[in-house]
Ligand binder design. Structure first.
Ligand SMILES: Nc1ccn([C@@H]2O[C@H](COP(=O)(O)O)[C@@H](O)[C@H]2O)c(=O)n1
Ligand SMILES: C[C@@]1(CO)OP(=O)(O)OP(=O)(O)OC[C@H]1O
Length: 157
């Protein structure tokens, strides 16, 4: 078995929605990124790549490569799944935490988990999404951005 951890942050900028866990949530600002800014899936990509000893998301998808401009991060996640499988590993379960004062995530966690389970070939219940505020403390509490943590457990393919 192998375990990996991922962490990512994106700051708020102009926009009218955020994409988190592959779910589009209307919001008065968007997340600034080269891709769609899906901080949750970026953390999860890093957890998967880390568990397999395959580096990190920036190595696989350079942020100066036009190929990833505006990319759907679910596409990046599936690429990571394939890279991990080519290295001989399959996800067993993943767990993730979004850190955001706003928007409210609770109404969307099941759809996010379902997207992740579908992309990683996991049973429902083996992909989990949680959310927390930071009680208005720090950069997430000031609503300057959104952060995410993820852990992934891999087993032999
Ligand atoms: N952006 C968020 C943050 C939190 N939640 C949900 O609220 C619960 C309580 O959050 P605390 O920060 O006060 O612990 C948390 O467990 C989440 O279920 C949310 O939906 N969206
Ligand atoms: C995903 C990539 C590539 O589009 O860019 P961003 O969307 O800016 O996201 P980030 O989490 O900074 O890192 C990895 C990048 O290479």
């Amino acid at each position: 078995m192998r375990i990996g951890h991922g962490f990512d942050v994106h700051r708020f900028g102009e926009g009218d929605h955020v994409v988190l866990g592959g779910v589009t949530i209307p919001h008065e600002r968007g997340l600034v990124a080269h891709s769609d800014g899906d901080v949750l899936l970026h953390a999860l990509c890093d957890a998967l790549l880390g568990a397999a000893g395959l580096g990190d998301i920036g190595r696989h998808f350079p942020d100066d490569d036009p190929a990833w401009a505006g990319a759907d991060s679910r596409q990046l996640l599936r690429h990571c799944r394939d890279a991990v499988a080519a290295a001989g590993w399959l996800p067993v379960n993943v767990d993730t935490t979004l850190i955001a004062q706003r928007p409210r995530i609770g109404p969307h966690v099941e759809a996010m988990a379902a997207n992740i389970a579908a992309d990683l070939g996991l049973a429902a219940g083996a992909a989990n999404v949680k959310a927390t505020t930071t009680e208005r403390l720090g950069y997430t509490g000031r609503e300057e951005g959104v952060a995410a943590h993820a852990v992934a457990l891999l087993g032999p393919a």
